[in-house]
Write a protein that binds this ligand. Structure first.
Ligand SMILES: [Zn+2]
Length: 350
């Protein structure tokens, strides 16, 4: 069974609508093939198969009217007998108006019946503490709203008036953020400092691990830029006081520079080992002058270089490199599983 078949069968069994084009409703998690939305026992529910990095999993969202009992809900679900047995690697996170339950089993290891029975367990526990939306807009709690609206993919009930108000508020926030001054000099200084520290740490660590033994683990060398990019991007944006394209470009350049600076230290140590000489900055300088002879030494090294460049270029799409998103997207779900932007969307986003 493939993902799409699994999702449509699951949707059919609970009477939900399967929306293949829904990409995500939580940050940093991508849906393999859309999500299923619907109402079960009065509660709004979303179900999806997820993929985060190389881990596949499942996510289930049960939404309820604002409740102060989120902690009790979270504990009740976690402690439900049988639930913990089924979900070995699970996470339960309840907030004021919904609970997200996720686990890291692929669909091949999670039977549809098991998904449904655990969904009913979650709803059963939620119903002890919080009510469903009962046909009212969840924002103003007055306007009658029966159509499910996705706000950035998250199902909810938002009347047209509230959608327009929220979109306008967020647009104002976005404009204010855009108008804010960024401290580029600080960002550059912070980024350079982070790059120097993380790059040096990488260089000396891998030298200690590999240079004397003659071992070389290309996989580690290929992916370490990923880890380096986190402190580099974080410190750049922190020092700038905002996130923008220039900061992203700086993060790309400095991630690559940090990785290659560390590589230069590593090549120096390899050279020290073969020539049996002591460390000196002169030696580092000579390695730097011939850096690309080392970097493109053979096919394996070229592959690592390609990964370095590729990972660095992807920093703007990583959670720590992304620009903030303000204006929400409101969509309604059609019976055939397609999505339509709401009427308020056009007015609010223009
Ligand atoms: Zn409303």
């Amino acid at each position: 069974m493939n993902v799409a078949t699994y999702m449509s069968q699951l949707a059919q069994q609970v009477g939900f609508i399967y929306v293949p084009k829904c990409a995500s409703f939580k940050n940093d998690v991508t849906y393999q093939k859309g999500a299923a939305f619907g109402v079960r026992q009065g509660y709004l529910v979303a179900l999806a198969l997820t993929v985060a990095g190389r881990t596949t999993g499942f996510v289930m969202v049960v939404r309820y009217a604002k409740s102060a009992a989120s902690e009790q809900i979270q504990e009740a679900i976690k402690n439900h007998p049988g639930f913990s047995k089924f979900l070995a690697k699970k996470s339960v996170k309840a907030s004021a108006d919904g609970v997200v339950v996720s686990w890291t089993f692929g669909f091949s290891r999670t039977k549809i019946e098991e998904v449904i029975s655990s969904l009913d367990v979650v709803i059963q526990e939620v119903s002890k503490y919080a009510a469903g939306f009962a046909g009212k807009c969840e924002d103003c709690a007055t306007a009658e709203t029966r159509q499910i609206t996705l706000m950035n993919g998250m199902p909810g009930y938002h009347c047209v008036g509230c959608q327009m108000r929220i979109a306008a508020e967020k647009q104002r926030e976005a404009d204010e953020y855009k108008a804010k001054d960024a401290n580029y000099l600080g960002g550059l200084a912070g980024g350079l400092a982070a790059a120097a520290v993380t790059g040096s740490a990488w260089g000396w660590l891998v030298s200690w691990m590999e240079a004397d033994s003659g071992k070389w683990s290309p996989k580690l060398h290929a992916v370490v830029a990923f880890g380096i990019s986190i402190p580099v991007a974080w410190l750049i944006f922190k020092a700038m006081g905002k996130r923008d394209r220039a900061g992203q470009a700086l993060a790309v350049v400095l991630t690559l520079a940090a990785k290659w600076w560390g590589d230069a230290i590593y090549y120096t140590h390899v050279l020290m080992h073969y020539e049996n000489v002591a460390f000196s900055w002169q030696l580092v300088g000579s390695v730097l002058r011939h850096f690309f002879d080392y970097k493109f030494f053979d096919f394996g090294h070229k592959m690592v270089a390609a990964f370095d460049v590729g990972i660095s270029l992807l920093v703007p799409w990583m959670p720590w490199g992304k620009l903030p998103k303000f204006v929400p997207v409101f969509q309604t779900i059609n019976p055939d599983g397609s999505l339509t932007l709401t009427q308020a969307q056009g007015a609010g986003a223009s």
